[in-house]
Design a protein around this ligand. Structure first.
Ligand code: FEO
Length: 172
């Protein structure tokens, strides 16, 4: 049985993961529609699917503990980016914030001796190391090429090779 406080924290995290999905979906749309960067667009759209997976994992966990998983209303992502570089900057800061949230839930689980949630959160701690690292590396590459269009197109081509999540192609 999860505590009331933990149930709320996990439902808040579901909302954060679903917001992350929408944020990356909007970035994916913008990269294709406004900047002609199909590779960046593809990468962000794959990230959208991954974030939904993060939300689902928490929902499944809550159900298995007999807790009520809930969907909340989400705010539309505020477009604070204007190009691929600033989108990656926003994504990196966003992932750092998600890491802090995961850390807070981990702390709460330890305080409550909630070993189940601690075990779940270990997975997210590892996932956040990977997420931050990936976004930081792409951002560093974009900073390296700055305004050189050929460099940006090279990165775009690379990002297009990100493997699609299962069944992703059914929606193209
Ligand atoms: Fe679900 Fe990108 O953190």
């Amino acid at each position: 049985m999860l505590s009331k406080q933990m149930t709320q924290a996990l439902n808040d995290q579901i909302a954060s993961e679903m917001y992350s999905a929408n944020l990356y979906l909007q970035m994916g749309l913008d990269m294709a529609q406004d900047h002609g960067l199909q590779g960046f667009s593809h990468w962000f759209m794959c990230q959208w699917a991954e974030e939904l997976g993060h939300a689902l994992k928490i929902m499944h966990y809550m159900m298995s503990r007999g807790a009520d998983a809930k969907i909340s209303a989400l705010e539309a992502p505020e477009k604070t980016w204007k190009d691929a570089r600033t989108a990656m900057e926003v994504a990196y800061k966003h992932e750092q914030m998600i890491t802090r949230q995961v850390g807070d839930i981990m702390k709460m689980a330890k305080t409550e001796n909630d070993y189940g949630t601690e075990c779940l959160m270990r997975w997210y701690v590892g996932e956040q190391i990977e997420e931050e690292d990936t976004v930081r590396r792409i951002h560093a590459q974009v900073m390296m090429v700055r305004d050189q269009k050929s460099g940006l197109l090279f990165i775009d081509k690379e990002l297009h090779t990100r493997p699609e999540p299962a069944h992703f192609h059914d929606y193209h």
